[in-house]
Design a protein around this ligand. Sequence first.
Ligand code: 4NP
Length: 165
Amino acid sequence: MIKVLFICLGNICRSPLAAAIFTQKLHERNYTHQVSCDSCGTSDYHIGELPDERTIACAKRHSIQLHHRGRQLNRSDFKDFDLFIAMDQSNVDNINMAGEIFKMTPKCLFLIRHFQKNADSQDVPDPYYGGEEGFEKVYEILNESIDGLISMMEKDFDIENGRLL
Ligand code: 4NP
């Protein structure tokens, strides 16, 4: 099983939506036995909370199933997950700081927009302090980026057998 962890700051907006979109695409492509995912935040701000109500509304608009409670990145995530997918550069910095504390390094770490064609920024903008339209923009970015991520996995990994190679 290839295990993918989507990571943002609060784990109530971007990364739970990313994991939900990714899960839907895994179902559509029949990869549910080969690939699994989860999401977390680098902060402890929203542990145990449901996603932000604007994230829930956005998922609903796009018929995406969203079942998650906020959790914080922990030491065993570095062992358990093959791929860390961060939403922005500050997440990467926070992941690396956590790694120093835990004396762990991620097996593989990417910014999600690395996989988006014609991305106009390397970061998924943080929609938390904005309005509804920010969540729609995040959805579009994540949807395109995740198509690119799955294409990379099909090309570079042994996805049919659920192995990195
Ligand atoms: P997320 O958004 O990292 O996409 O979940 C945020 C959620 C909460 C906060 C910041 C960003 N906050 O400061 O509480």
